[in-house]
Design a protein around this ligand. Structure first.
Ligand code: AMP
Ligand code: MG
Length: 332
């Protein structure tokens, strides 16, 4: 199969919609990362997503809809705080988990009595969703456990020859996946941190919890249990420049190609060594992280990550991805 990259407009949108109706998977731009979408009503199309990605069968998918789509036909009721959050943050990088049974293919939520819904703000995503006029089940458009894609080329690198079409909307402005918010309880609870922060949610809903699976407990958001976002080279997780330099020199002495990924403030202390600049604030770090992990894996034998010191706002989401990419143990 030939994989085409097309700008998300005109004929390409019509082709994407026809492919979705025919049960195929299509990759599309969103404001967070690229998604790999299929018709949420079709068992076969949804199963295809799991097979293409090599995704564990217990890791549910997020359903994407156009802002004009009436989500009341997908969910079993909505608490008042969820309505307020929806009005405040959608369209945007917030996924809301509602009580829902039997509305879409049973494979979307992997047997959970809930459904995760997202309304993307990306014009390219909205154009696609409007044209297809169906709820689209879509995880990130990467091979499972690999780094999420933030350009059409990243999707192509993972799926060349295996999907027919990538709807190109340019580089993703957000850069990390949406915040996943459980809206089934008395207060909202974050299952995965992202660009819509706990502070932002609490300012609208009055309160917001952050879910942490207890040791031995099956997590509420199964995706958070897996090794994730991993570059395809060896990695080292460090908390100081000194540690990183020690790893770097050892790798260089053995004839390897080390590279350090760190926040801008540390670059002057690294003395001209091969480095990738993550940036100086949370939003920049979120936007650059995945592109730099992919750049790093292409050029380095050992990619050394120094945990950023920046805190607050979107850093909870950035640190979560950073730590899991490098196999560290940071708790956000
Ligand atoms: P991805 O689309 O690859 O970014 O992954 C989707 C994330 O949303 C994973 O962490 C899933 O576990 C989570 N998710 C999707 N549906 C549900 C649901 N019904 N309940 C809880 N978490 C969900
Ligand atoms: Mg993913």
């Amino acid at each position: 199969m030939e994989t085409q990259i097309c700008k998300a407009e005109g004929e390409a949108l019509r082709k994407a919609a026809a492919l979705i109706r025919a049960g195929q998977a299509v990759a599309f731009h969103t404001e967070t990362v690229y998604g790999l979408g299929a018709n949420a009503f079709s068992d076969e199309a949804v199963l295809k997503i799991f097979v293409l990605k090599g995704r564990p069968a217990d890791n549910p998918l997020i359903v994407h809809v156009h802002p004009e789509y009436d989500i009341s036909c997908l969910v079993d009721g909505e608490p008042p705080y969820a309505e307020a959050l929806r009005k405040a943050f959608l369209p945007g990088p917030l996924t809301m988990v509602y009580p829902s049974e039997g509305k879409v293919s049973k494979y979307v939520s992997c047997g959970l009595p809930t459904l995760a819904i997202r309304v993307p703000s990306s014009p390219a995503a909205q154009a696609f969703l409007k044209e297809v006029n169906l709820p689209i089940a879509a995880p990130s458009a990467n091979i499972s456990k690999h780094v999420s894609p933030v350009t059409a080329q990243h999707v192509f690198d993972d799926f060349n020859g295996r999907i027919p079409l990538i709807l190109d909307g340019g580089a993703c402005a957000g850069g990390i996946e949406s915040t996943v918010l459980d809206c089934t309880g008395t207060i909202p609870q974050i299952l995965r941190e992202g660009l819509v922060t706990r502070e932002m949610i609490a300012s609208v809903a009055g309160d917001c919890g952050v879910y942490r699976a207890k040791v031995g407990e099956k997590p509420k958001s199964p995706g958070m249990a897996y090794k994730h976002y991993s570059p395809r080279c060896r990695t080292a997780f460090c908390t100081t420049a000194e540690e990183a330099i020690a790893f770097y020199e050892r790798e260089a002495a053995q004839g390897g190609a080390p590279c350090i990924l760190c926040e801008s403030a540390l670059l002057p202390t690294l003395g001209g060594r091969e480095c990738l600049d993550l940036g100086a604030n949370g939003e920049t770090m979120a936007r650059r992280l995945y592109a730099l992990l992919r750049k790093g894996e292409a050029r380095a034998s050992l990619l050394i990550g120094i945990e950023p010191k920046e805190r607050g706002g979107v850093m909870a989401g950035v640190l979560n991805r950073f730590t899991r990419a490098f196999g560290g143990t940071h708790e956000t």
